[in-house]
Structures are given as structure tokens and as C-alpha cells.
Unconditional design. Structure first.
Length: 174
């Protein structure tokens, strides 16, 4: 499916490819239709949707713009990069990292524009620190949600073992 998406005229994104792949697996009887629903982890889907709602609500209330204003007015330009790294990393640990990237990019562009800085290093820091920070908890990314769901690990156990790894990663990035 990924190879087909690269052909000219075949603009298929990853979610579209996943749906087509699932349909083909049922159509070719690789997965029986009666058992297909058993392979969906509804707990993970509900958690992802809930995270999107929380972050969407915070965005609608202007929380992220307020934070951006507070940071831009109080920081020196040389402190912006470590701030972006740690805010993105910490938020990515507790909210899904993809959503935090969607929130942090406009913030980063606003902050760099207002401080007269080139945005590329800061945008790369957002992407990298979101991935590093998401390692820390079950809610950091969908893969961790599946691991937590199927393994039975508690949130506390997960963060106790992987939180230090994420912290070391963020410190090495800063």
C-alpha cells in the first residue's frame, strides 16, 4: 500500500492505506470478517479520541496562546530552544505526541517570529522532543497505549521505568 501511495496520481495517506489494507485482509480471508473487530483495541481508540478532545478544548480556550505570550515576554532568545524542548517533551509524555506537535508548531512559529529567530532548528526540536518525551508514559503515543493495554502495566510502573530514559533524552537534546 505504501508503494502504491508513491505512484503518480495515487495520493493515499497512511490512514487511507491502513483502511485499504484492513479491507484487503478481510476480502482475501486473511482475517475472517467475524473476527476482524477482535483485532481493534477500542480502549486505545477511546483514549486517543479523549486526548484529542482535551487538547482541542485547551486550544479553543486560548490556553496555548496564553502560554506562548507568557514565554515570549519573559524569555531571552537563547533560552527559547531549551524551553521548546522541555515543554514539548513534558506535554508529549502526558498527551499524545502527534497532537502536541500540532499545538507546538504554531507556538514555535509565533515565538521565533516575535524574537526574530529562524524557525527551522526550533521546529526540528519540536519533532524530536515530542518523540523523546512520548516514551515516558502510556499516554505518550499510540504504541505505548497498546503496550500498556496488552501488557497490563500500570501507568506508574511504565513512567517509573521509561520516564528516566525520556528525561535523559531531553537533557541530551537541550
Amino acid at each position: 500500500m505504501f508503494a502504491l501511495g508513491k505512484l503518480p496520481g495515487m495520493k493515499i495517506d497512511r490512514p487511507g492505506m491502513a483502511i485499504i489494507g484492513a479491507v484487503l485482509m478481510v476480502a482475501f480471508r486473511i482475517v475472517p470478517a467475524a473476527e476482524a473487530l477482535r483485532f481493534i483495541d477500542f480502549g486505545t481508540l477511546v483514549l486517543l479520541f479523549s486526548m484529542m478532545l482535551v487538547v482541542g478544548y485547551l486550544h479553543l480556550t486560548g490556553f496555548f496562546e496564553w502560554i506562548a505570550e507568557q514565554i515570549v515576554t519573559r524569555l531571552k532568545p537563547r533560552h527559547l530552544l531549551p524551553t521548546v524542548i522541555f515543554i514539548t517533551g513534558v506535554l508529549s509524555a502526558f498527551f499524545v505526541n502527534d497532537i502536541i506537535c500540532l499545538v507546538m508548531v504554531p507556538f514555535t512559529l509565533l515565538a521565533t517570529r516575535r524574537m526574530g529567530l529562524k524557525p527551522l532548528p526550533y521546529l526540528l526540536a519540536v519533532a524530536t522532543s515530542a518523540n523523546i518525551g512520548s516514551v515516558a508514559t502510556i499516554t505518550g503515543n499510540p504504541q505505548n497505549m497498546l503496550i500498556g493495554s496488552f501488557s497490563g502495566l500500570t501507568y506508574r510502573h511504565f513512567i517509573w521505568h521509561l520516564g528516566p530514559v525520556a528525561l535523559i533524552g531531553l537533557l541530551s537534546l537541550a
